[in-house]
Ligand binder design. Sequence first.
Ligand code: DX5
Ligand code: ZN
Length: 219
Amino acid sequence: MKILAPSILSADFSALGADVSRIEKAGADMIHIDVMDGHFVPNLSYGAVAAESLAGKTALPFDIHLMIENADRYIPGFITENTRFITVHQEACVHLDRTVKLIRSLGVKAGVALNPATSLSTLDYMPDDVEMVLIMSVNPGFGGQQFINASMAKIAALAEIRERRGLSFHIEVDGGVCLENAGALAEAGADVFVSGASFFKAPDMKQWIEDFHKVTKGA
Ligand code: DX5
Ligand code: ZN
């Protein structure tokens, strides 16, 4: 079964706890928490307080996506009892290897994210113990954008690299993911799916998740 991590960027912030409970009851696997700094991406969202305040209130693990500069300074603040992954951007981390080691030293899994225009070759010297590679399928900064089609081939190429190198990291796709493209993304090799706008717009979240598992099954 593929892993679904709804992005709370599309949640109702006046009722965040209630939205997280709805997501959990509907059958999601993780909560995707998008952190934006207004420097690396042209938008601000929220900081560690979002993770801190939700920790312990849900059994779902947190998938923290840091779209920020100076990640090392802020990473420790995102460690909570729920934190499972912390993902940083290749483009925003000058000492990426050091940052990955920092994340792992704090007892959580490390992910590396690539923007749509960033080549997979930037991962050539990636440490073998990175647990997830996140392929951005929109330019990061906003929810509700349109899926960039070139991401499909990029995911397939990444899956090939993973096989060739004998590695087992997760391939996460983030941006414009919906029921119409999830099947093809699973075929291409994605196994962790973030969805914001499409998921939150669904009249019935539970049904959306059932349909998601249907279209991604067998890939
Ligand atoms: C974009 C974020 C995504 C995004 C996903 O900067 O990293 O997680 O909010 O939302 P949708 O599915 O609406 O593109
Ligand atoms: Zn994200």
